[in-house]
Design a protein around this ligand. Structure first.
Ligand code: AMP
Ligand code: FES
Ligand code: ZN
Ligand code: ZN
Length: 315
């Protein structure tokens, strides 16, 4: 026998055990939109902001984020500027950028595409190929993360935006918290937040999907027929630990519905503020000697990667 929606007589297409709800497609879409709005209000994510850069990779999370933010931008009174970084990852980047642009055009949103290879002389594929030769020890996804954060921040700073919104979802938050605990990276734990204020030359960062799961963003994007890249980055398969934590946290969630939200909420609301005040509020940043962007040393991580890559690519 088919299960009925908790709000109407239609057939339910999904069951949200943490909320004790079964929902039809219309009520699922409404439910996500309401929760999204509540998360923004409760955490005062866009208070006194008039220009927000939305980082859109072309994947399900950031595409969902763009549409949800577009819906609330009038109510919260801010303008959206889309930013897409073409990372130069074979076919994957071509498809991702194409999907991101489709969404900007659908919503009539102003946007900027920054091509890594064109602007800085190397792509993520170049890094994958020459990383060892260049003496870069960190894993490819971690270098890619540094590059993306640098470009997002630099662009947002240049256009005078108040914040950068990213599509990190609940599962990303659970993974970051767990992996930072596991590796004892207290400095990383102190940085995991739904809202990071602006400081020195860092633009504020917001993660409005922090309490919305990957399953929910995927279903929302599919039900609303949003164009997004279904494929995942080819380098993601190297992240075996990440995949293992993702699967395990979903097994825990099956047994204890609501565990992921509670885990993230307890950390973000109770633990992070204490860690932040101990470890980050005193942190002193300087301008990178090469590019002028913030760093704790003399040269920022991005410039180090760039100059290492320049050396090997010139040969
Ligand atoms: P990831 O680091 O791939 O887990 O992505 C986290 C978030 O960063 C996404 O939801 C986007 O908001 C943003 N992002 C990732 N890749 C890109 C990209 N190529 N261009 C713009 N934003 C991106
Ligand atoms: Fe950066 Fe996959 S998106 S390595
Ligand atoms: Zn319904
Ligand atoms: Zn620099």
């Amino acid at each position: 026998m088919s299960v009925k929606c908790s709000f109407c007589s239609n057939k339910a297409i999904t069951k949200l055990r943490y909320a004790k709800l079964s929902l039809c497609s219309k009520h699922f879409v409404e439910y996500v939109e309401k929760r999204f709005s509540k998360i923004i209000s409760k955490n005062k994510l866009f208070k006194n902001m008039d220009k927000v850069v939305v980082a859109v990779s072309g994947g399900k999370d950031s595409v969902t984020l763009l549409h949800l933010l577009h819906k609330v931008s009038k109510e919260f009174n801010f303008e959206i500027i889309g930013l897409t970084i073409d990372l130069g990852i074979r076919k994957y980047s071509v498809e991702s950028v194409e999907k991101a642009l489709k969404n900007y055009e659908m919503l009539n949103i102003k946007y900027k595409v920054i091509e890594l290879k064109n602007k800085y002389g190397f792509s993520i594929d170049d890094i994958a190929k020459y990383r060892r030769k260049a003496g870069i020890k960190k894993p490819i996804c971690s270098i890619c993360g540094t590059i993306k954060r640098y470009i997002m921040n630099k662009y947002a700073l240049e256009i005078g935006a108040n914040a950068i919104a990213t599509g990190h979802n609940l599962d990303d938050m659970v993974y970051y918290i767990f992996s930072s605990l596991y590796s004892g990276r207290v400095d990383n734990l102190a940085k995991i937040s739904i809202y990071s204020p602006s400081e020195f030359k860092f633009v504020a960062k917001v993660k409005p999907l922090a309490y919305i799961s990957e399953k929910e963003t995927l279903l929302y994007a599919m039900l609303r027929k949003l164009p997004f890249n279904y494929n995942v980055c080819p380098y993601a398969r190297l992240r075996t630990f990440h995949e293992y934590i993702r699967k395990t946290s979903n097994v825990l969630e099956e047994n204890v519905p609501g565990l992921k939200i509670t885990f993230a909420r307890m950390f973000l609301e109770k633990i992070n503020p204490i860690l932040y005040s101990h470890y980050l509020s005193e942190k002193k940043f300087k301008e990178c000697k090469i590019c002028g962007m913030p760093t704790t040393g003399k040269i920022c991580s991005f410039c180090k990667i760039k100059s290492a890559m320049e050396k090997v690519l010139k040969k």
